[in-house]
Design a protein around this ligand. Structure first.
Ligand code: SAH
Length: 253
């Protein structure tokens, strides 16, 4: 199976079914077949199938899930496509670089997701927080928002280009295999949940809003590309800190 079979395109809260059909077509032309729909506003209709123009299989196979977290739970790399640069402290990638990283991750046997937002409002900051990096097509800042399916086409094309470049290279030697799997998205979210709780338990914030520290910590850990083992180690340390905080609370209070 080609590495691109491990790359999925996730459409969040799409408002027009026709755009979903056009996105399926855009993907299929670039050899991509895995579409996931997160809580679309309306079910697939005739317009969606008409605009898929031969990519009905991609459309018909697309699972519908309730949340973005669910759609990317097993992913090693989650890339959020956004029409504007936000305050969210995420690394911002050019489409070409995003395509290359996605294919490299998929070759390592990791699941990869590109995430696209709603036509009107894009992705929420909370949804972008679930992404490891942001991807911005460097459009005219005065008119920066592409049609959803057009944005899907650009990213699908870049994935295709990265895949073709790799296929043209001689096969690399087999990986050394350290036996350490990268942590999944769900494992990282578990770590972030416990980290947030621990910071509360040890009274780290002292009245400051917790979100800013958590955003910076998420960015730090995204750079570290943690393995499953490292997540287990960190969670063990946090559990001990939480236990000590409980003890201190009992003794002091
Ligand atoms: N009005 C929305 C734009 C939504 S366009 C906003 O300002 O956020 C629908 C989706 O297409 C976006 O959520 C994004 O995933 C993708 N998209 C559109 N233009 C893009 C661009 N220039 N770069 C990256 N993704 C883009």
């Amino acid at each position: 199976m080609p590495a691109t079979s491990r790359i999925r395109f996730v459409l969040v809260g799409t408002q027009h079914p026709g755009n979903i059909g056009a996105a399926a077509r855009a993907m299929k032309t670039m050899g991509l077949a895995r579409l996931v729909l997160v809580a679309p506003e309306r079910p697939l209709d005739e317009d969606a199938y008409r605009r898929s123009a031969g990519a009905e299989d991609v459309l018909g196979d697309a699972p519908v899930v309730a949340t973005l977290a669910e759609a990317v739970a097993d992913c090693w790399l989650v890339l959020g496509c956004t029409a504007r640069s936000r305050r969210v402290q995420l690394e911002e990638l050019l489409p070409e670089v995003a395509g290359q990283r996605a294919v490299a991750k998929a070759v390592e046997l990791g699941e990869v997701a590109f995430v696209f937002g709603r036509e009107r409002t894009g992705l929420s900051n909370e949804e972008l927080q679930l992404c490891h990096a942001a991807v911005h097509i460097p459009s005219d800042p005065e008119f920066s928002s592409l049609n959803l399916a057009a944005a899907v086409q650009v990213l699908a094309y870049e994935v295709r280009m990265a895949y073709l470049a790799l296929a043209a290279e001689p096969a690399p030697p087999p990986a050394a295999g350290f036996g350490e799997e990268p942590a999944s998205h769900a494992q990282l979210e578990g770590l972030f949940g416990q980290l947030g709780q621990t910071l509360d338990d040890i009274d780290f914030h002292k009245g400051r809003a917790p979100e800013s520290a958590m955003r910076k910590l998420r960015r730090l850990f995204a750079k570290a590309e943690l393995t499953e083992q490292e997540v287990r180690l960190l969670r063990g340390i946090l559990s001990d800190a939480q236990r000590m905080a409980r003890l201190a609370g009992q003794n002091g209070g």
